[in-house]
Ligand binder design. Structure first.
Ligand code: NAD
Length: 336
């Protein structure tokens, strides 16, 4: 039976890269039925809100979504659709693998890291207010429940994917209550996984260590804001945002999307790199039990990038978004 999946094209470059990923998935051998809904700026024009209820209802019904990036105005304006969606659907894990790829220029080789970011609370809880005109407060919320469940996911992931180590990332030396509780929660869960090594690092030191000795690290679990920052850092280690996939995962549902944003300046130019979205779609195929199709997609992406002839500008090539996707589809056909 076909997999019913909600498709959210998003803003900026979103529609082009999501269309590229959809075409690649359709050619992967997995049988798909796409339900397309709009969120973000497009949805405001049509429905008066960036996140209409029917978008959430569609994901609740299908259980799975492939999503393009959505623009969030800086400072004033509406709340982030991405944050609202993750919270509304209780997608409590943000999984962001960073894997080196032959053909992608980077100062580093053989990077194989996984960021497991808590996705529902911390400074993203949205509890902010002005105190008079000249001061502002943002409340950082950390709970034992959310910390333990993201930690459990990290250890289960490590066990399933045969990874050797989980590192908890925090700032518990300064934020003794909030990050102290996060660290205590991860330590508690680590006690149940004696087969997996566990350690912790303070976030500033972790940034330096990742730049100097990334080979020492494996799976890293952390609160929301550090996860946001470190996942871009890890994307930088493997050659940039164009190749960094991600998944938002809960107990009932999952939404797959690239780490990068909507890059408005490239919107409609058939220029940006759809690899991160295509690799997010490969994570989705694995999640749907289509591991053969997922492997075919990943192998075709690696073949096209490794060859270097049909890649986008950010990887040193001249191919457009759709031309690159065509090359990936052809590589899949050749691989059969
Ligand atoms: P961005 O990720 O859109 O862009 C950062 C840089 O990377 C830009 O130079 C851009 O051109 C480049 N880039 C990004 N994706 C690329 C791709 N696929 N191929 C080639 N180059 C690519 O980050 P930003 O400029 O900080 O944010 C733009 C908008 O996206 C903002 O409104 C932000 O809130 C939103 N955003 C959304 C998400 C999401 O939907 N999950 C994530 C991050 C940012």
């Amino acid at each position: 039976m076909a997999h019913r999946v909600t498709l959210i094209p998003g803003d900026g470059i979103g529609p082009e890269i999501v269309d590229a990923a959809r075409r690649v998935v359709d050619a992967s051998g997995a049988e798909m039925e796409w339900v397309t809904v709009n969120a973000g700026e497009n949805a405001i024009k049509e429905h008066g809100t960036p996140l209409p209820d029917h978008v959430l209802e569609s994901i609740k019904e299908t259980g799975t979504a492939l999503k393009g990036p959505v623009t969030t105005p800086v400072g004033s304006g509406f709340r982030s659709v991405n944050v609202a969606l993750r919270q509304a659907l209780d997608l409590y894990v943000n999984l962001r693998p960073a894997l080196s790829m032959p053909g992608v220029k980077s100062r580093y080789e053989d990077i194989d890291l996984v960021v497991v970011r808590e996705n529902t609370e911390d400074l993203y809880a949205g509890v902010e207010h002005m105190v008079g005109e000249d001061a502002a407060e943002s409340i950082k919320i950390i709970t034992r429940r959310a910390s333990e469940r993201v930690a459990r996911y990290a250890f289960e992931y490590a066990r399933r994917e045969r990874r050797r180590k989980v590192t908890a990332v925090h700032k518990a030396n300064i934020l003794k209550c909030s990050d102290g509780l996060f660290l205590e929660s991860v330590r508690h869960i680590a006690g149940g996984y004696s087969d997996i090594e566990f350690e912790d690092r303070i976030v500033d030191n972790m940034c330096m260590q990742l730049v100097q000795k990334p080979e020492l690290y494996d799976v890293m679990v952390m609160p929301n804001l550090y996860g946001d920052i470190l996942s871009d850092l890890c994307a930088g280690l493997v050659g940039g945002l164009g190749v960094a996939p991600g998944a938002n995962i809960g107990d009932e549902m999952a939404v797959f999307e690239p780490v990068h944003g909507s890059a408005p300046k490239y919107a409609g130019k058939d220029k940006s790199n759809p690899t991160a979205t295509i690799l997010s779609a490969a994570l989705m195929l694995s999640h749907l039990g289509e591991s053969g199709a997922a492997a075919r997609v990943t192998a075709a992406v690696r073949a096209v990038i490794g060859e270097g002839k049909n890649v986008t500008y950010d990887l040193g090539g001249e191919a457009g978004t759709s031309g690159y996707a065509n090359a990936v589809i052809e590589a899949m056909a050749d691989g059969d």
